[in-house]
Ligand binder design. Sequence first.
Ligand code: DC
Length: 225
Amino acid sequence: MSHRSVAIDGPAGAGKSTLARKLAQKLGFLYVDTGAIYRTVALAVLRAGADPADEAQVVPLLDGLEIKMAYDTDGVQRMYLAGEDVSQAIREHRISGAASKASAIPAVRAFLLDFQRRQAREHDVVMDGRDIGTVVLPDAEVKIFLTAAPEARARRRLLELEQRGQEADFETILQDIRNRDWQDEHRALSPLKRAADAALLDTTDLNLEQSCERLLSLVKEKIAL
Ligand code: DC
C-alpha cells in the first residue's frame, strides 16, 4: 500500500515544527522533523572534533554513523546517536550553525536522503525541512512553503528564549537567522526554495492559532479530513 505524505518546507523559525506536529496529530500521520536528523549528524561531527564545513573531514565520518529515530508514547520524535538519546543535545545553539554547514555537503545529503525516504515509504508522514517538497518527496500529496519575515522570526525566537529564562539580544538573533537563511538558500545542492507546486503560507502577521487554521485549510484543499 502506498503511503500519504505532506511536505512542509521553509526557513528556520517560521513555525514549521510546531505547525507540522499539530497537523500530523490531526491527520493521524507520523511527524518527521528532518532538521533533527541533520542536527544529529552535526553533533556527531563536532564530537569527533571535525569541522562541519570541511567536506574532507566530514565524509569519512559518515560510514561509522549510527543514527536512529524513534517515537515515544506521546508521538514525540527522539534522536539517537550510537544508542545515546541526543534529543536535547541537538537543540543547543552551536548545533544550529553546524547543521546548516554540514547540510551543504553533498555526501551528507545523499546519506540522509534514503533515511528520510524510508520513513515516507513505511508511514503516512508530515515531513518538514528545507528540501522535502523539492527533492525528498517530490510526489507529496500536499506541499506547503511556510515562511515569515526575518524580523518576525527573530521576535518569536527572542520570546521563546526569554520564556526559558535565557538572555538574548534581538539584533544577534536576527543576524543569526539571516546568516542561516543565506547559507540554506545559497548552497549548490538542494537549496531552500519553494517548490513550483507548493502553496505559500506567510505567517508574519499571523499568530499560532491563525497559522494553524490557514495550514489546515490549505491541506483540506488536497486531502479529505
Ligand atoms: O530545521 P532545523 O533548524 O532543525 O535545521 C537545521 C539545519 O539543517 C538547517 O539550517 C538546514 C539543515 N536542513 C537541511 O538542509 N535540509 C532539511 N531537510 C532539514 C534541515
